[in-house]
Every structure is written in structure tokens, then in C-alpha cells.
Design a protein around this ligand. Structure first.
Ligand SMILES: *[C@@H]1O[C@H](CO)[C@@H](O)[C@H](O)[C@H]1NC(C)=O
Ligand SMILES: *[C@@H]1O[C@H](CO)[C@@H](O)[C@H](O)[C@H]1NC(C)=O
Ligand SMILES: *[C@@H]1O[C@H](CO)[C@@H](O)[C@H](O)[C@H]1NC(C)=O
Ligand SMILES: *[C@@H]1O[C@H](CO)[C@@H](O)[C@H](O)[C@H]1NC(C)=O
Ligand SMILES: *[C@@H]1O[C@H](CO)[C@@H](O)[C@H](O)[C@H]1NC(C)=O
Ligand SMILES: *[C@@H]1O[C@H](CO)[C@@H](O)[C@H](O)[C@H]1NC(C)=O
Ligand SMILES: *[C@@H]1O[C@H](CO)[C@@H](O)[C@H](O)[C@H]1NC(C)=O
Ligand SMILES: *[C@@H]1O[C@H](CO)[C@@H](O)[C@H](O)[C@H]1NC(C)=O
Ligand SMILES: *[C@@H]1O[C@H](CO)[C@@H](O)[C@H](O)[C@H]1NC(C)=O
Ligand SMILES: *[C@@H]1O[C@H](CO)[C@@H](O)[C@H](O)[C@H]1NC(C)=O
Length: 848
């Protein structure tokens, strides 16, 4: 702009020139682009093509100033995800955003004062530059039109405090660009605050929250192929998110993607640095507010270096949280006793270099890798050799746990910021002098036995025969201490919670051969590889199920109950005893349980063919179930349910009967699982429940609406299940609409048209070998089961009779009870949906 020869003219011209430069032609309100030589005024906005994001001027609550930013278009209150002029607030409404001829975005007011501009591009602008707001929330400046044109600048490269799906957090090593988040100073002030979150590429890359640009506050640990070492809860195959970490010669970054792509239709999620905390929010479909999905730090152990060098932090061990790695002792015992552990721990026996060994620390967050070195090309065994051969190596671990352990990370300086996880975490091998290594756990096992003997003797003396009885029990189960030892790798520094391991007593004294084992947590955690994601079999309304292998090689299914049970220990045990007594060929057998702090775990026999939904809803596998197999399955389920409802000594209502809860053994015999679990949640005594637990699509109207349940609610679910087995189609709940909405309505329509057989799964109908009369009877019985009024529905005894008896005369079914969905709301941060029947609206939990 400076025209040295003609200052008066330039002065004269500058104002009108800027005005014409930036205001003609104006961007229209529904546009998503700014072309060269045009501008966006204070009262105009850009809207991305799909209407997901909006760019324009805004004033934060509690502020007077104007800022240029990007926010979600359809979400109130306004949620700003990016701000341009963070530290240059605009006074008044006269500023506008322009795109000048050389391809720079310039935010200036009429006097020519520049508040912000995109960095001058290092690429050569050849065509006409265009800036466009995309549906991903990215504001992209391209050299000329078309998606293929070179990107000169993009807002995703200059994050504010929010990471959106597809945005990269980390480094472009070729240009030296470091993309990191910086907090707002306060909710009304978007200027850069004190905390940042970014990737540190020294040593092995890790994410750090830092204060004032330097002091680490939190560290998420190196990426192990599946997740960050410090975030074992990050599921690699979460159905809603996909997390990625790239580290190669040109890029080091973290990014996440959501199911269903960026904005349109998929999960709406943002990841925010909010002062010293990172938070992931999701916007539930049709929701009213952001719901906090996950956040950090979780506890004191997430505070960087809380326990100092060679300290291990563990909140599950009770207070105090800090311990020293075995073979180390507090460096400053006085401070340590006063709970100031920052001085850390010091080695008790100096390393000798040649005769050293390694102590495994299992289930930990790996220590700070800023000074560590990584080699992904060697095996963990080679890593151990390499560490042993180098006297300055203090510890090693695998660098990837994806597809088994592989690679190598070596530490040669202090081990800082180790924490122990109750579940998840990795193995770290710490170098110790040979004399400090525990001798394969033998010493402590002997100690255990000595304690057992001593306690038993005392008890024997005190209680005579009673003592002998307990001794007998302990002695019989001595073998189990071994598995506990394997897990307790911290020596005496971090004690495990006392082992509870004995057969549950059957108080009534009957049924002596009832074999319910009370497992200890270490055994369960070990058997499932610490509840590893790859061992997960499924997720039910009451919790997740994992595959486990017990010491003897027996495969089991381990159900980890969700935590909304209000029951005490004794009630839980009673319920387990009760469930264990229910034994029937069509019920899955309960082998035992585990109680550990808040945790409640049930151990079941393992079913080779997993669950029914894996077959009937799967195009590839559905052909494996021909009609006669399907009919047998329907009969088997009816038999099992009949037993639960009537023939067992205890009347048990299942409350979550669905295809996913019908397991198939190796001969495809159906077994009902999860029965009686509703009782464990302590609201079975009343026919009205505090919390509706069940699965959409299977719930009877009266249960979904009023929380009223009875055996007739199970009968309803059974009816839905039968229709699903016949048709191979899911009775859709929330997420679909239109014609496909309800299997029930389709079955009802076909029944009334007299063509019930048309409902039959193509995979079965195609094979031809089926009896039309059987199919019709199944559909008729199913429709009787799903009638709107509970009183109209048959009991399971009648159902069983009707199914098994070709000559039975059946009543005509009446209109089924439907659930149609109309929007949804959220409670407790869970995905929820609304079921509307006769214009009464309630919220139910969506279990899947
Ligand atoms: C923008 O304005 C400059 C200077 O007036 C002119 O040279 C250029 O061609 C214009 N660009 C477009 C795309 O109109
Ligand atoms: C903003 O503008 C108002 C009125 O024009 C003026 O009184 C005030 O001092 C200005 N504030 C700043 C920070 O420039
Ligand atoms: C466009 O804006 C950039 C950044 O403010 C500036 O360096 C450049 O000179 C401007 N170009 C023109 C033609 O005004
Ligand atoms: C820009 O153009 C100059 C001259 O044509 C060329 O030397 C340079 O490499 C180009 N820069 C980029 C980033 O393309
Ligand atoms: C995650 O899913 C992908 C593709 O569906 C699969 O290849 C991969 O093995 C899965 N990973 C885990 C850990 O389950
Ligand atoms: C690094 O990874 C990214 C993403 O997978 C890829 O685009 C890039 O080409 C890779 N760079 C090198 C040098 O391998
Ligand atoms: C920051 O966190 C607090 C509490 O965790 C929450 O109330 C607030 O809404 C968050 N702010 C933003 C901008 O997400
Ligand atoms: C290291 O330990 C080994 C075995 O205990 C011993 O033979 C050796 O002398 C020791 N070396 C040193 C330097 O202490
Ligand atoms: C890494 O090395 C530097 C320089 O020796 C040191 O100041 C820093 O404390 C070390 N960091 C860790 C985590 O060991
Ligand atoms: C031993 O490890 C240190 C630190 O990683 C390294 O600097 C040194 O080169 C290594 N020595 C040998 C012989 O590999």
C-alpha cells in the first residue's frame, strides 16, 4: 500500500479504497465462500454447505468486544470452536473480514487497523484465491476454486481451544508447524490462557498439558498402537470414535474421527482444553445440551510426577497414593511421611551392571519418554538384551501392544510419572540389582502360608472346631495364591486388596454340590488380560462381557456389571446364590462371582457360538440357521423362559430378553443369559422400577412408559424375539424411520393380509425346506405376545403349548403395542431416546 512518492494521494485514497476493496461485492448470508477482493461485514456470516458450522462475528457472554469465530450453526447456546483475533478484540461493529488479491485473509476496520490476518502464504498464489467454510468446521483458503487447489492456509492448522473431528493435534515436521490447543483465559475472554495441550516430539512423542508454556501438568504417555499409555480406557474400536496417532518422518499428530463423518448425521463431538482439564463432549441426537463424555485429569495420580522419580501412583491401593518401585525407598522419608512425595524414591542397592535383572511392573502408565529412545523394529526380547547390555539403561518396555507386544522403548534417565491402573496399562521392566529382585515370588508365598498357618492356629485355639473348619477351607484353596502372586508385581510397595477366595456358603445347607466360586479380582483381571478390549464379547444393558481363561484352561464369560447397583455386599451374594440355583438346559450356567470394591462381576460358562443376533442379523451367517433349527431355538427359548417364570422355585422376570442375550452352544442350542441380573440391581421387589433397564425394540409399552413390569413384559419381548428369528430382521428402535420403522407393524400388516409366511427370512425361504403352517403359527403366537394390553397376552405356559402343538386352536391377535419415536433427550450423560405411546412421554435408556 505504501506509495512513497505520493503520500497525500495515498492518504486521500486509502479510506475509500479499503471500503470498496472489502465491501463489494458483499458475501450473501447463506454463502460459504469469500472470493478475492470481497469481504464479510460484521452483520454477515458464512454458513457451511451442509449448515453445520457458521463463521462470523460474535461477542462472548460477559464481554463487550467483537471477535471473528466459527461456531455450530444448529446448537444453542452458541459454542465457539475457533477464534481468529483472540488477543485483538474489536471495538464496535465496523470491522470486516476481507480476502485481498495476494491471498491473505485480513480482519480490519474502516480506519485500516488490522486486527488479524492469516499468515502470508509461502505458496505462490497463481489463480484467484477463495476462502471457504467447510462442514468439518475448517475454514480453508485455497489458491483458486476447486477442491484440488493448493491449500494456502486453513483454520485447522491454528487451533484455539477445541479439537474437532479430523483436526490434527501435533506437528507437521516438514514446515515445523506445531498445532496445539490453548485455553481461553476465561469464558468471556478468548485471549490465550495459561494452559496448552500439544504433542512433545522429544524422545518418544507424548501429549502434554502444560502451564505457562513449560511446566507439565499432565502427560498422556506414548502411543502404544491402540491408545495412549496413560489412557487405557481409550477403546481402539469404539463404535462412535476412531482415534489415530501418526508418527513418521513428516508428521507426528493425534486425531479422532467420528462415526458418520464430520458434521452431517454422525456423532457430534468436540474435544476441548478447559483450563487444566481436557474434556470430550458429545451432543446427543436431538439433545438439549452438551454431555460430558470423558475428561482428564481423573485423580491425583494424573498430576504430573505426583510421586516423584521412581515413585508409583495408585489410587486403588487406598491412601496414600504414592509408593516406591520395589527395590527403592523414599528419598526423603520425612516429607514422604507428610505425604509430600515429590522428592521421589532412591535405589537401595546400586546397580552392578553385569549381574542385574528386571522387575516387571504390570498394568502401568509408562514413565515420561521425553528422554527415552524407541526402536520399533526389534522384538521385546531383543529389547531386554539391548537394555541389559547397556549399563545406562534403567528400564525397557514394548513400544506397541497392538497384535501382541513388539518394539522397544529404553529409558536411561529417571523414571518419572508412573501410575498403576486397576485395569489396562502396560508392562514396564525396571532394572534392579540381583539382590533386590523378588525371588520369583517364592519368598512372599511362603510368608503367606506362614500367615495362614499362624492365623489358623489362633483361630483353632479360640474357636476349636470352628477354627478347624476355616483352616480346612483355606487349605483346600491354597493353590489360588499363585495366580495372585503373578499379578502382584510391586512387591510390598503396593499391596493388593486382601484376597477373598472361598466357596460361598449355601446357608440353607441344601444343594451341597452347588458350585459357586467367589473369585478374587486378580484372577479375573488376569484371565481377561485386564479386561482387554480384544477380549470383549459384547455389551449388554447391565454391563460389558469379556472372554476369560481360568488357570485350568477353562474358558469363561466374565460379566462386569455396570455401576448403578445400589446393593450391599450381602444382598449381592444372596442374589448370586439365587441365580446359581436356577439350573436348566436352556439357561446359561453361572459359575461364580467376584466382589472387589465397587466392582461386581459374574462368571458364566462360555458359549462357543456367541449370541443369536450374530446369526440371524448377519447376511453371511443367517443361512446356517435353517427353519427347523430356528424353530428349535424358538422352542428352547420358550422352555427356558417358562422355567424362569413358573417352574423354578423363584419367579424370575428377565427384563432384558433379546437376541443378544440368547447364547448358542456348539450344537446351536439356545441358552438364555443375563436372567436374574435385574434382581441384582435391587429393584425387583416392586413391580414399579426406579430405572427402566432394557433394550429398545423389545420393551413392552407399559414397561417403557410407566416402568411397570410383569411376566407379561417378558412375554412381549419374547414375541418380538420370535418375529426377529422368523424374519431375520431387527425390530428397530430409535434410529430408523418410515417403512422400515417397526418389524411389529410389518408382521401385523402381513398377518392381516393373510400372508404371514412372507415375513420369513429370505435366507430360509430360499432354501425351501420349511413348513408354512409352523411359520404361520410362530407369527400368530408372536403377535399374541406383543398385544398392547398385558392381560391379552398369553402366559409362557400357553405359548409353549401353542408352539409345540400343531392342532392347537389359537385366538386372533389384536393390535400390537407400538413404540414410535419422537425426538430424544438425555439423562446421566447416557444415550437415551424417547418412546411415545398415547402421547405420554418418558425417557428410557438405550442399551445395546
Ligand atoms: C482484485 O483486485 C486486484 C486489484 O484491484 C486486481 O488486480 C485483481 O484482478 C482482482 N482480483 C479478482 C479475482 O477480481
Ligand atoms: C471503544 O469505543 C468507545 C466508543 O467509541 C470508546 O469510548 C472506548 O474507549 C473504546 N474502547 C477501546 C478499548 O478502544
Ligand atoms: C494482503 O494482506 C497481507 C497480510 O496483511 C499483506 O501482507 C499483503 O501485502 C496484502 N496484499 C495486498 C495486495 O494488499
Ligand atoms: C514460487 O515461485 C518461485 C518462482 O517461480 C519458485 O522458485 C518457488 O519454488 C515457488 N514456491 C512455491 C512454494 O511453490
Ligand atoms: C478394529 O476394527 C478394524 C476394522 O474393523 C479391525 O481390522 C481391527 O482388527 C480392530 N481392532 C481391534 C483391536 O479390535
Ligand atoms: C506420514 O503419515 C501420513 C499419514 O499417514 C502420510 O500422509 C505421510 O505421507 C507419511 N509420511 C511419511 C514420510 O511416511
Ligand atoms: C469447562 O469446565 C467446566 C467444568 O468442568 C464446565 O462447567 C464448563 O462448561 C467448561 N467450559 C467449556 C467452554 O466447555
Ligand atoms: C556383580 O554381581 C556379580 C554376581 O553377583 C558378581 O560376580 C560381580 O563381581 C559383581 N560386579 C561388581 C562390579 O560388583
Ligand atoms: C531429560 O533430560 C533433561 C536433560 O538432561 C533433564 O533436564 C530432564 O529432567 C530429563 N527429563 C526426564 C523426564 O527425565
Ligand atoms: C547406552 O545408552 C545410552 C543412552 O541411551 C546411549 O547414549 C549409549 O550410546 C548406549 N551405549 C551403547 C554401547 O549402546
Amino acid at each position: 500500500m505504501a506509495a512513497g512518492g505520493r503520500p497525500p494521494l495515498a492518504l486521500l485514497l486509502s479510506l475509500p479504497l479499503l471500503v470498496t476493496l472489502f465491501s463489494s461485492p458483499p458475501a450473501s448470508a447463506a454463502d460459504d465462500t469469500i472470493a478475492a477482493n470481497s469481504s464479510l461485514a460484521d452483520d454477515e456470516t458464512l454458513v457451511s454447505a451442509g449448515g453445520v458450522f457458521e463463521l462470523g462475528f460474535f461477542t462472548p457472554a460477559g464481554s463487550m468486544a467483537r471477535f471473528l469465530g466459527i461456531w455450530y450453526r444448529g446448537i444453542a447456546p452458541q459454542t465457539v470452536v475457533w477464534v481468529a483475533n483472540r488477543d485483538a478484540p474489536i471495538n464496535g461493529t465496523t470491522a470486516s473480514l476481507g480476502l485481498n488479491a495476494t491471498g491473505s485473509l485480513v480482519l480490519a476496520d474502516q480506519s485500516g487497523r488490522v486486527f488479524w490476518s492469516s499468515a502470508p502464504s509461502n505458496a505462490n498464489a497463481t489463480g484467484a484465491p477463495v476462502a471457504q467454510l467447510l462442514d468439518s468446521g475448517n475454514f480453508v483458503l485455497r489458491d483458486g476454486g476447486g477442491a484440488g487447489a493448493a491449500v494456502l492456509w486453513q483454520s485447522f492448522d491454528h487451533p484455539s481451544d477445541t479439537l474437532l473431528p479430523g483436526m490434527k493435534l501435533g506437528w507437521d515436521l516438514t514446515t515445523g508447524l506445531d498445532r496445539h490447543l490453548t485455553t481461553w483465559r476465561s469464558p468471556g475472554d478468548p485471549s490465550p490462557g495459561d494452559y496448552t495441550f500439544g504433542i512433545d516430539i522429544r524422545g518418544v512423542p507424548e501429549g502434554f498439558i502444560r502451564y505457562g508454556g513449560a511446566a507439565p501438568v499432565y502427560r498422556n504417555g506414548p502411543w502404544n498402537g491402540l491408545q495412549f499409555s496413560g489412557e487405557p480406557e481409550m477403546e481402539p474400536n469404539n463404535s462412535n470414535f476412531r482415534f489415530e496417532f501418526v508418527a513418521n518422518a513428516s508428521d507426528v499428530y493425534y486425531t479422532f474421527l467420528v462415526d458418520g463423518g464430520g458434521g452431517g448425521g454422525g456423532v457430534v463431538s468436540r474435544f476441548v482444553l478447559n483450563q487444566s482439564s481436557v474434556q470430550r463432549y458429545v451432543w446427543p441426537p436431538g439433545g438439549q445440551a452438551w454431555s460430558l463424555y470423558w475428561s482428564l485429569p481423573r485423580d491425583q495420580c494424573d498430576r504430573y510426577a505426583h510421586c516423584g522419580a521412581f515413585g508409583v501412583c495408585d489410587t486403588s491401593s487406598g491412601s496414600p497414593a504414592c509408593g516406591c518401585v520395589h527395590g527403592f525407598t523414599p528419598a526423603s522419608p520425612r516429607d514422604w511421611a507428610l505425604r509430600d512425595s515429590s522428592a521421589g524414591c532412591r535405589r537401595m542397592t546400586p546397580l552392578n551392571c553385569t549381574g542385574d535383572g528386571f522387575l516387571p511392573l504390570r498394568g502401568v502408565k509408562l514413565p515420561d519418554t521425553t528422554n527415552a529412545t524407541e526402536d520399533t523394529t526389534i522384538t521385546v526380547d531383543q529389547c531386554r538384551q539391548r537394555c541389559l547390555a547397556n549399563c545406562s539403561c534403567l528400564a525397557y518396555s514394548a513400544s506397541s501392544i497392538k497384535d501382541g507386544d513388539s518394539g522397544c522403548i529404553i529409558w536411561s534417565s529417571l523414571l518419572i510419572d508412573i501410575r498403576h491402573f486397576a485395569y489396562g496399562g502396560e508392562d514396564l521392566y525396571v532394572r534392579l540389582a540381583a539382590s533386590d529382585l523378588p525371588s520369583n515370588g517364592d519368598g512372599s508365598r511362603k510368608k503367606n502360608i506362614v500367615v495362614v498357618v499362624f492365623v489358623s492356629l489362633v483361630v483353632l485355639v479360640l474357636f476349636g472346631f470352628g477354627g478347624f473348619f476355616i483352616w480346612n477351607k483355606l487349605f483346600r484353596n491354597r493353590g489360588r495364591f499363585q495366580s495372585t502372586q503373578r499379578f502382584n508385581s510391586f512387591g510390598s510397595s503396593i499391596p493388593l486388596t486382601p484376597v477373598q477366595d472361598r466357596k460361598l456358603e449355601d446357608e440353607s445347607g441344601q444343594n451341597k454340590d452347588l458350585n459357586v466360586t467367589l473369585f478374587d479380582m486378580a484372577t479375573i483381571a488376569f484371565s481377561t488380560n485386564n479386561f482387554a478390549t480384544w477380549n470383549k464379547l459384547g455389551e449388554g444393558g447391565f454391563g460389558a462381557v469379556y472372554k476369560g481363561e481360568l488357570e485350568g484352561g477353562q474358558t469363561v464369560a466374565v460379566k462386569r456389571l455396570s455401576k448403578y447397583s445400589t446393593q450391599g455386599l450381602d444382598e449381592f451374594k444372596n442374589e448370586v446364590m439365587l441365580i446359581a440355583k436356577l439350573q436348566h438346559v436352556n439357561l446359561v450356567r453361572l459359575l461364580g462371582c467376584c466382589i472387589h470394591g465397587e466392582e461386581r462381576i459374574l462368571v458364566y460358562e462360555y458359549m462357543e457360538n456367541k449370541s443369536l443376533d450374530n446369526f440371524i442379523f448377519d447376511k453371511g451367517r443367517s443361512a446356517q440357521l435353517n427353519w427347523s433349527k430356528r424353530f428349535d431355538i424358538i422352542l428352547g427359548i420358550a422352555r427356558g423362559l417358562l422355567y424362569l417364570h413358573q417352574d423354578s422355585r423363584y419367579k424370575v422376570i428377565h427384563r432384558d430378553l433379546k437376541a443378544g442375550n440368547i447364547l448358542l452352544d456348539k450344537d446351536m442350542n439356545p441358552k438364555i443369559s443375563d436372567f436374574g441380573v435385574a434382581r441384582i440391581f435391587g429393584d425387583d421387589t416392586d413391580s414399579r422400577t426406579r430405572k427402566v433397564v432394557g433394550t429398545y425394540g423389545y420393551m413392552s409399552p407399559e414397561y417403557a412408559m410407566d416402568g411397570v413390569f410383569s411376566v407379561k413384559s417378558d412375554v412381549f419381548s419374547f414375541g418380538v424375539l420370535v418375529l426377529e428369528v422368523v424374519s431375520g430382521r431387527k425390530n428397530r428402535g430409535v434410529y430408523s424411520s418410515g417403512e422400515q420403522a417397526s418389524l411389529l407393524s410389518q408382521a401385523w400388516r402381513l398377518w392381516r393380509e393373510g400372508s404371514a409366511v412372507a415375513l420369513l427370512d429370505e435366507a430360509v425361504a430360499g432354501a425351501g425346506a420349511y413348513r408354512g403352517s409352523e411359520v404361520r403359527r410362530c407369527v400368530q403366537v408372536a403377535l399374541l405376545c406383543v398385544q398392547e394390553r398385558p392381560d391379552d397376552r398369553p402366559h409362557m405356559a400357553e405359548v409353549f403349548l401353542a408352539l409345540g402343538n400343531p392342532g392347537a386352536v389359537l385366538p386372533q391377535p389384536r393390535h400390537p403395542g407400538f413404540c414410535s419415536d419422537r425426538g430424544s433427550t438425555s439423562t446421566d450423560g447416557e444415550w437415551s431416546s424417547t418412546c411415545t405411546v398415547n402421547d405420554v412421554t418418558v425417557t428410557i435408556v438405550e442399551g445395546r
